[in-house]
Structure formats: C-alpha cells, structure tokens
Unconditional design. Structure first.
Length: 460
C-alpha cells in the first residue's frame, strides 16, 4: 500500500497524524528562540593587553613579540596580526574555517599562561575576546539619581544588578560609567629630582612592602598553628609611610597619597545628572524576547518602588522590540503572499474546494517546519537554528514552491475523475500515484541544494 492509497483508505489516521504535527509544531514554535539574525561567530580571537604610559616600540618588544611567538604554535591557526600603541597591545588570531573555537580559546589561554612570566611584571590583565552575535546587548539602560553618586553606585551594584542577574536567561550585566575610588599616588617631580629618585625605585618599594608572607607553623600542646605575616596595605596612611629603599625617606615625602575618584574621561548624563549605563547580555540558548520582557518588568518594579522615587531610568536599546517589529512585518508579508497565491489559484482553477485544499497545505507545511526546526535543536543534532529574518524569509520563499506540486497533483486527480469517470477515491489514488515520482523528484532537486546549510559550522 503506497502513500496515496494509505491516505485515502485511512482518513481518520491521516487526520490524527496531521493534527498531531500541527499541535507539536505550535508547541515547537513557542520554544524556538527569536533572534534578529542567525547565530554565528567569526573564526577569530583577539587578545588585548593594556599597558598604559608606555611607547609603541616598547609594547611591541616586551608584549607583542613574545605573544606572537607563543601563539604561532597553535593548531589550525591561519594568520596572526598585532597592533601596538602607547597604551595597549592587540593581537588578532584568525583560524581556518570549521575550527572548534571553544577548544581554540582553551589553547590560547594555555599559551598565555606559558608566556606570562616573559611579560612585564606590571601587566595587570590580559583579555581574550571572541565576537559572536550573542555578544550584542539585549537591553541598554541609562540610570541617574537625584542624590549623590555614591548612593547611585550602591543601588546599582547591590540592588538592581543582582535582581537582573537572577533573571533566567541573563548571562551578564555590563556596567559603564561607575567610577570607583582608587588609591592615587601623585608624585612631586621636583622633590624626586632633588633626592635622585626614579619611578622604578618607587614602584619596587611599593611592590615589596605590599605582600603577605607565610611564617611557617607553631606546635603548642598538640595544636598546630599557621603563622602568617600580614603586610598588605589597609589604609592610605600606611602607603604614605612606606620607606623608599636606599634612602631615609618615606613615600609621603615625595608624593601625595589619597583615596579618591579618578579623573573622568567619559561622561554620561540623563536629565542633567551623571548617569550609569547598563548593558544586559543573554545566554546563548535564551529567548531574546522573553529575557528582555522579564528584565524590563524587574526594572519597572524597582522604578515604581517609593524608596527609589529619585531614580531616573531610560531604555535606549531594546533588541526585542526590533526583532518583534521586523518579524511581525515579515509575517504579515508572508500572510498576504499566501492569500494572493490562493487568489491566483482560484482565478485559474475556478473551484473553491480545490483552492481551499491547496490553501490548507501552506499553513500545515509551515507549522511542520517549525516542528522540524525544534527537533534539530535537540540531541544528537544540537543545532543553533532560530526564528530570525533569514529563516522566515526562507519560509516565505517556500510558500510559492509549495503551491506548484499541489496544483500538479490536484489537477491530475481531477483529470482522472472528469475524463475517465473514476470516483473520487479511485481518482485520488490513481492521480496522486501517477505524478508521485515526478513531483517528489522535482521537490528533492530543489531541497537538496540547501541540505549542506544544515551541516555548516556556526563559526565563520
């Protein structure tokens, strides 16, 4: 029994099968993430090493060259390029297409651990950055407070950010514009010249006096105590009293030590007040729309709290709104396209029943596609397919292709019914069976072109 004969002779079974596909497709649609563009990442990594108050030549010699030499041993590496400036070093690593970038990141961290002893001691941090579409912030907020900046910083760090980070699907909250108090040592160059001191001597004195040293153990009455000498600075006065090696001076004699805010280099304002910017990033598997909706509700709850009536908020970036607007526009265009296709079918077929049969095939097939997309996200496929502008555009393109085989099959069925006098059941079986191979072959030749896209790597 072939498929056309089975479909005609088992109508209840086919109806239940179609209803099951429709229901599962709708459930799968609700679980598919919504994104603006498909998720992908470039097969490259960037290493950033801040090294302020230096020169490009020194940064190249002390930082760029050692990193380039050690990174040359990476597997699947295609190209290395570096840029050295007076404040930092940037090394760009480009890998061959199809490289597992997660493993590449692990290898890069391992190489950096090896080369770290060769870099200058005053290199504080090394950043590894990898660009991917999930790095685009889901939500951007600007916050201002009518009181002091210290109160604003406390509200953001201790109240708002923890609440946002507890939202399911939030990966990270990036805070910009917060200036934390730091220890500042302002040197008097005239006094340094008078005492023949240099920066290296002062930096060594600070570094050697700001340490904790293990002093061994003491055993007393069957008890064992660990001895540890605490030498880290705890107050600004302690730093000012640090002795300068080779002299009878202390740091306070040639410098002013204070605990204050650093000099501002970037300014953000909201309603004529200093502002803080929050960028919210989602997890790779989270739904942009759901995350943005939940975060906005958390923010509005805080804003409506009487305790924070002095807090001003402004959402200046909402990726979910852009996604919904674009997808809604595309969806409406697809619906109008399907209606126009049905209208053209009715004009040529001049049969309402035939037009409805072909018209029902369009939404059923689209819903079945959503079910297939959801299955591809499960093991063992683990695909990162999402509903986005590209996937919806493909579905709209497929609507026209779907009508063609349906018209061929339906027209052949009616030819057997009218010309040969067969009843509806026999005409459906014979007519569909005659063109089954031709229609299947024509459809497969179109679909097979896009099959390699399923196996494409998300990198590059």
């Amino acid at each position: 029994m072939n498929l056309p004969e089975f479909s005609v002779k088992k109508p209840i079974t086919m109806l239940m099968l179609i209803l099951s596909i429709v229901v599962l497709g709708i459930l799968g649609l609700k679980r598919l993430p919504l994104t603006f563009y498909p998720q992908f990442s470039a097969p490259s990594l960037r290493i950033n090493v801040p090294y302020p108050s230096s020169s490009p030549q020194e940064v190249e010699r002390l930082i760029a060259r050692p990193i380039e030499d050690i990174m040359g041993t990476l597997s699947h590496l295609d190209r290395i390029s570096s840029t050295s400036s007076a404040n930092n070093c940037n090394v760009r690593l480009e890998f061959t297409m199809g490289t597992d970038m997660d493993m590449a990141s692990v290898e890069v961290r391992d190489r950096l651990d090896r080369v770290r002893p060769q870099l200058p001691e005053d290199v504080d941090r090394i950043f590894i950055r990898r660009w991917q579409t999930s790095d685009i912030p889901v939500l951007g907020l600007s916050l201002a407070w009518e009181g002091s900046n210290d109160e604003l910083y406390e509200i953001v760090n201790k109240v708002l950010v923890p609440r946002i980070e507890r939202v399911e699907g939030v990966a990270n909250v990036d805070i910009g514009g917060i200036d934390e108090r730091v220890v500042q040592v302002e040197l008097d160059l005239e006094k340094m010249r008078a005492h023949h001191l240099d920066f290296f001597n002062l930096a060594r004195s600070l570094r050697t006096n700001n340490v904790n040293i293990a002093g061994g153990t003491i055993i007393d009455g069957g008890r064992k105590f660990n001895v540890r000498t605490i030498g880290e600075f705890r107050t600004v006065e302690e730093i000012a009293q640090v002795p300068i090696s080779g002299t009878h001076l202390v740091l306070g004699d040639v410098a002013t030590v204070k605990f204050d805010f650093p000099e501002k280099k970037r300014f953000q304002h909201l309603n004529h007040r200093d502002a803080i910017v929050l960028n919210v990033y989602k997890a790779s598997t989270a739904n942009v729309v759901d995350v943005a909706k939940t975060v906005k509700s958390v923010v509005m709850q805080l804003k409506n709290d009487p305790k924070y009536a002095q807090l001003h908020m402004q959402i200046f970036r909402d990726q979910s709104k852009d996604i919904l607007d674009s997808l809604n526009n595309l969806t409406m265009a697809g619906i109008f396209g399907a209606l126009l296709a049905n209208l053209m079918l009715f004009i040529f077929l001049r049969k309402v029943r035939s037009t409805l049969i072909i018209g029902l095939a369009i939404p059923i097939s689209i819903v079945a596609t959503f079910l297939l997309m959801y299955i591809l996200r499960l093991a063992p496929f683990n695909s990162e397919v999402t509903i986005n502008l590209v996937s919806l555009s493909g579905l709209m393109f497929a609507v026209g292709m779907l009508v063609d085989p349906a018209v061929v099959v339906l027209e052949n069925i009616f030819r057997h019914k009218q010309d040969e006098g067969l009843n509806a059941h026999d005409a459906a079986i014979v007519g569909a069976r005659e063109v089954a191979v031709a229609v299947t072959s024509a459809t497969l030749t179109t679909v097979i072109v896009f099959v390699p896209l399923v196996f494409m790597s998300t990198s590059g």
